[in-house]
Design a protein around this ligand. Structure first.
Ligand code: FES
Length: 125
């Protein structure tokens, strides 16, 4: 049911863990399946210097979180905001249709972490 790439990221997730002094944190959940994902970002000179995740969810949720951290690292905030759930699913060689919502969680989590960072920057001004 899953592509080789999904299985590979599920077995060896990249960038798993927390960033204790993160510049932005995005927490998202899916009310239907109950899965939860937290994305942590570290920003330097307008770029994502580090991205990590903690996910309590299905295999696809773990694989998509892992993939989204890899895709986002080194990107500018604007570029990272343009990463869509389709991009994540495509980078993983596709997801079964009933699992597409899992990649939504990853893209939303990343975008929420960036929004959190931007909000913190605003309140600092
Ligand atoms: Fe809920 Fe995958 S089944 S995120």
């Amino acid at each position: 049911m899953y592509s080789e790439k999904v299985m590979e990221h599920f077995r060896n997730p990249r960038n798993m863990g927390e960033i204790p002094d993160a510049d932005g944190v995005g927490r998202v959940g899916n009310p239907v399946c109950g899965d939860l994902m937290t994305i942590y970002i570290k920003v330097k000179d307008g770029r994502l210097e580090d991205v990590k995740f903690k996910t309590f969810g299905c295999g696809a949720a773990i694989a998509t979180s892992s993939m989204v951290t890899e895709m986002a690292k080194g990107k500018t905030l604007e570029e990272a905001l343009r990463i869509s759930k389709m991009d994540v699913a495509q980078a993983l060689g596709g997801l079964p249709p009933i699992k597409m919502h899992c990649s939504n969680l990853a893209a939303d989590g990343l975008h929420a972490a960036i929004a959190d960072y931007q909000k913190k920057q605003q309140s600092r001004k």
